[in-house]
Design a protein around this ligand. Structure first.
Ligand code: AVJ
Length: 326
C-alpha cells in the first residue's frame, strides 16, 4: 500500500477516506452515503416493508405529535438535525401550528423550521415539501455538518425544539453519542428541549431483514458509497467485486453494514495517490446502527447531562421518541 506523504494537507472527506482505507479493519464514514443518489436510495429504504424504522416512528408521531410539542412548551422554532427530506417532520410541524393557532389565533409565520443536513440535495426536497404543504411555516435550511459544530444554533432567538429523530443517533458509538448530545446541550438555552428518536432492540431476524431487504435496495445504498469514491476520488472500485454484508453484534447491540471483497484485489484511488489491497473476504465497515435497551437510552442521555422528561413508543416497543430537557 502506498500512502500519499501529503496526507496531512488533505482535508475533510479526503483525509477520512485515506485513513479509513489505509487502516485495518477498513472503514468509511457514514456521511458519505448521502450524495444525491444515496439520499434517493435512503428514501426508498424508508418505504420498504422490511424497514420498520420509519413507519414505526411515523406511527408514534401520528398519535402523539400534539402531546410532544405541548410537552416541549410550544417552542416556535423547530430545528431538525439530519433532516433529510423531512417527511415525518410534517406531523410535528402541523402539531406545532395547531398549538400556536389555539394560543395566538394564527398569526402568519408563527412557526419557523430550520432543517439541518449535510445533504443540500435532501434539504432542497425538505424545503420544497414544507413550502408547498405548509406555507404558514417559515423555512430556513442550513447545510451543516452538525457533528462538527452546533454553534449556529445558540444564535437562534426564542425557545427551540430540536428534533433528532429517525434513529440517526444510532450511527454513533455510545460514548460518541453522549459526547455529541453533550455538545448539543451546551448550545441550548434554558427551556429549550430535544426530541430524540431511538431504535430499540428487537428480534434479530427482524433487524437483519430491515438491513438486507429482498429488493436489494439497502445493498445498492451500501455499494453507492464506492460509486461516490470512484467519482470524487478517481478510484476504480469494481462494484461487482464487492457484496453487501449485514451482521448483528450482540456485544455492541448494533447492526453493522460492511462491503465484502469477493476476491483478492487491488483498487487504485488516484486522487489520494493510494493503492488499496483487499484479501478475499476482507470487508470495509461502512455503518453501525445501534439498537437500544431502555437502560442504554438512559445512560447515553444521562451521560450527556439531559433529563428524560417523557417518552412515547409503539405497541411493540420497537421505537422510542423521548423528550429531553437541558
Ligand atoms: C439513517 C442512520 C437511521 O441506521 O437505520 C438504513 C441508515 N442504513 N439502512 C439506519 C440505514 C441502512 C439509518 N439511519
Amino acid at each position: 500500500m502506498s500512502v500519499n506523504s501529503a496526507a496531512l494537507l488533505l482535508e475533510g472527506d479526503a483525509r477520512e477516506v485515506l485513513h479509513g482505507l489505509s487502516t485495518r479493519p477498513k472503514k468509511l464514514p457514514v456521511r458519505l452515503f448521502y450524495d444525491a443518489a444515496g439520499s434517493a436510495l435512503f428514501e426508498q429504504i424508508t418505504e420498504l416493508p422490511e424497514y420498520y424504522v420509519t413507519s414505526t416512528e411515523q406511527g408514534i408521531f401520528e398519535r402523539h405529535a400534539l402531546a410532544m410539542v405541548a410537552a416541549a412548551g410550544g417552542a416556535s422554532t423547530i430545528v431538525e438535525l439530519g433532516a433529510g427530506t423531512a417527511k415525518k417532520t410534517m406531523l410535528v410541524l402541523r402539531a406545532s401550528l395547531d398549538l400556536h393557532r389555539r394560543h395566538n389565533n394564527g398569526s402568519r409565520h408563527d412557526v419557523t423550521f430550520i432543517p439541518v443536513d449535510v445533504s443540500s440535495f435532501a434539504l432542497g426536497l425538505a424545503n420544497d415539501r414544507v413550502r408547498s404543504e405548509l406555507p404558514q411555516v417559515a423555512v430556513h435550511p442550513l447545510v451543516m455538518d452538525y457533528t462538527h459544530s452546533f454553534a449556529p444554533l445558540s444564535q437562534l432567538p426564542g425557545a427551540k425544539l430540536i428534533l433528532y429523530i429517525g434513529s440517526s443517533i444510532g450511527n454513533f458509538e455510545p460514548m460518541a453519542a453522549s459526547a455529541l448530545l453533550r455538545r448539543l446541550r451546551s448550545s441550548l438555552n434554558p427551556g429549550d428541549s430535544l426530541l430524540l428518536g431511538v431504535d430499540m432492540r428487537k428480534p434479530v431476524d427482524v433487524l437483519l431483514r430491515a438491513y438486507d431487504d429482498s429488493e436489494g435496495v439497502t445493498a445498492r445504498f451500501n455499494l453507492n458509497i464506492l460509486t461516490r469514491i470512484n467519482r470524487e476520488f478517481e478510484a476504480d472500485f469494481d462494484l461487482s467485486a464487492f457484496e453487501h454484508c449485514v451482521r448483528w453484534s450482540e456485544r455492541h447491540s448494533r447492526i453493522e453494514m460492511h462491503l465484502r471483497s469477493r476476491v483478492a484485489q487491488s483498487v487504485r484511488v488516484a486522487a489520494l495517490d493510494l493503492t488499496v489491497d483487499f484479501d478475499e473476504g476482507e470487508t470495509i465497515h461502512t455503518e453501525n446502527s445501534y439498537k437500544f435497551t431502555p437502560s442504554m437510552l438512559e445512560a447515553v442521555t444521562f451521560n450527556a447531562g439531559f433529563a428524560i422528561e417523557q417518552s412515547w413508543s409503539d405497541e411493540r416497543n420497537w421505537f422510542t421518541v423521548t423528550l429531553l430537557r437541558a
